[in-house]
Each structure stands twice: as structure tokens, then as C-alpha cells.
Write a protein that binds this ligand. Structure first.
Ligand SMILES: [Mg+2]
Length: 134
């Protein structure tokens, strides 16, 4: 899987100056191989002591944070005061991706078949596009 992403000139607030990624690599390549990102998530997941149930609850919490950020960002009545921005929405969506990948890692007992996971994602993307373009 290959998702072209670039932070050059438009790095979100939460990524600027952050230590999570190697900024030099990010800026030189302008691209991130998502399989590498997932691999890093899986590595980090080894250190998370949460049970599967706790990770599922964490994912629900992160989805709630997406909802909170989106309600504020879209200025829903009585929600705009929280001052959430597009960057907050993106950050919370990324939290969901990380947490979901961590669940996959744990369900697979740390032996994720990344090629199989990629195939599942690509098949789902194909189905999504097919449904969306009817
Ligand atoms: Mg979050």
C-alpha cells in the first residue's frame, strides 16, 4: 500500500516540530509508505499492556474524540466554543487508525501478515469506490 503524503509547507499543527516522525525523511521523500507506518504502529503496540477489550474501548473513546472535534470544527450548535480545528479532526482520526491497528496486532498475537492486511484494505477500498460511483 502506498499513500502519498507530504507535510512540506502544510504540516498540521500537531505534527510541526514533533518527534513522532523523522522530519528530515518526511520532507526529503515527501511520501510515507503506509506499510512502514503500520509496521511502526505494530512495533509500538508491543509495549501497550491494554487487553483487547481495553483497546476496543480505547478505539470507542478515540471515535468519540473524532465526534467531539468534528462537532466543534463544523460549529454545531453549542459545540463550536471548544475551538476544535481541522487539525484536531485529523489528529483524532489518526488516533483511531493507530488504535485499530494496535487491535489487529494484538488479535494476531504480534504476527500480522501485512500483505494480507493490505489486500483486505485494498479490496475494501475497491468495494467502497464501486458503491460510491454507482
Ligand atoms: Mg485522541
Amino acid at each position: 500500500m502506498f499513500w502519498g503524503l507530504s507535510s512540506v509547507g502544510r504540516a498540521p499543527r500537531w505534527l510541526r516540530g514533533g518527534g513522532e516522525f523523522d522530519p528530515r525523511r518526511l520532507h526529503h521523500t515527501k511520501d510515507i509508505h503506509m506499510t512502514n507506518v503500520f509496521h511502526k504502529i505494530f512495533e509500538a503496540s508491543q509495549h501497550d499492556k491494554k487487553s483487547l477489550t481495553q483497546k476496543a474501548l480505547k478505539l470507542a473513546e478515540e471515535c468519540g474524540e473524532v465526534a467531539q472535534a468534528m462537532l466543534s470544527y463544523t460549529k454545531a450548535p453549542a459545540c463550536a466554543y471548544k475551538g476544535k480545528t481541522k487539525d484536531h479532526v485529523i489528529e483524532e482520526c489518526c488516533d483511531c487508525i493507530i488504535t485499530a491497528a494496535s487491535i489487529i496486532h494484538q488479535v494476531e498475537d504480534g504476527n500480522v501478515d501485512e500483505a494480507a492486511m493490505e489486500a483486505v484494505i485494498l479490496a475494501k477500498l475497491k468495494k467502497w469506490v464501486e458503491k460510491s460511483t454507482k
